[in-house]
Design a protein around this ligand. Structure first.
Ligand code: LER
Ligand code: MN
Length: 277
């Protein structure tokens, strides 16, 4: 498996669960110094993506791009794939499509997390899920033009009421023919700690339902701090990922506590410990 760490470029997400917040240059430098293989970038939009600086930073620091987040569309503009307003849904698709194209230039997938929205009082659940399936299908087709998958991330109940468990999400993707179109699950261990009765068993089950369905992992402890700073049994989760044949990224989407450098170093140490046990 490969290691990655988050760089947030969105001022409004300063308090969010991202490790580096001081710009792309400082983020890449700190990621490389801690020993990461790649960075996961959370940009404000495709237009504000650091396209002029990034290629040389990646080259100079021997880093890849693990994934690109799209949540700024929700955070800054309140766009979502399940909005009742069809203009807002179209704007959400447009916002994410541009980021899929940007991510594609770096051979990276885009993440659909908070852009999935939720089933509000005025939006019936079946209708919301229908919009979600249509949106993910359209975006997965776009990702495929870059040879990329699209990452769909089930979130815990305090962030969405659409699909909170990985197994529910796996069935939803399969029933709507979306795995076949290139949608993969993002397993965020923080959300899973809240929603799943057993994280290792869930990883085993969804990988049995569809081998290769896990496309990305947010490697976070139970309290959303770096792995090892909470009470997650990381080794049993790591083993279940190995058994599932998972070979993609373990990406630290965690709070920069007690400092960004400490969170980065602790993440690398947790991955090395798992690898060697
Ligand atoms: C995004 O990856 C995520 O995990 C969400 O909790 C952000 O709101
Ligand atoms: Mn996440």
């Amino acid at each position: 498996m490969k290691s990655a760490i988050t760089i947030c470029l969105v001022p409004e997400a300063q308090q969010g669960p991202f490790v580096f917040h001081d710009g792309i240059d400082a983020g890449c430098r700190a990621a490389a110094r801690a020993g990461f293989d790649a960075v996961e970038i959370f940009p404000s939009s495709a237009e504000e993506f650091p396209a002029s600086e990034l290629p040389s930073l990646l080259k100079n620091h021997s880093l890849g791009v693990a994934a690109v987040g799209t949540g700024a569309g929700w955070l800054k503009h309140r766009l979502s794939l399940t909005s009742r307003d069809c203009d807002k849904r179209a704007q959400a698709i447009q916002f994410i499509s541009a980021l899929i194209d940007t991510a594609g230039e770096y051979n990276a997938p885009a993440i659909i997390g908070s852009m999935q929205g939720q089933n509000t009082d005025t939006t019936k659940r079946a209708e919301a899920l229908q919009h979600l399936a249509e949106g993910l299908g359209t975006l997965a087709d776009r990702a495929q033009t870059h040879g990329q998958v699209l990452l769909y991330e089930p979130l815990n109940r305090y962030e969405t009421n659409l699909l909170n468990t990985q197994e529910a999400a796996a069935h939803f993707l399969i029933d709507n023919n979306l795995v076949q179109r290139g949608v993969r699950l993002l397993c965020d261990l923080f959300h899973m700690n809240i929603e799943e009765s057993s994280v290792p068993e869930t990883i085993r089950r969804i990988s049995t339902i569809h081998p290769g369905i896990i496309g990305h992992v947010h490697w976070a402890d139970s309290n959303r701090r770096a792995m090892g700073f909470g009470h997650t049994n990381s080794q049993s989760i790591y083993k279940s990922l190995v058994n599932a044949g998972y070979k993609q990224y373990l990406a630290a989407e965690v709070f920069p506590l007690p400092s960004a450098v400490d969170a980065a170093n602790q993440t690398i140490q947790s991955i090395r410990t798992c690898e060697s046990s």
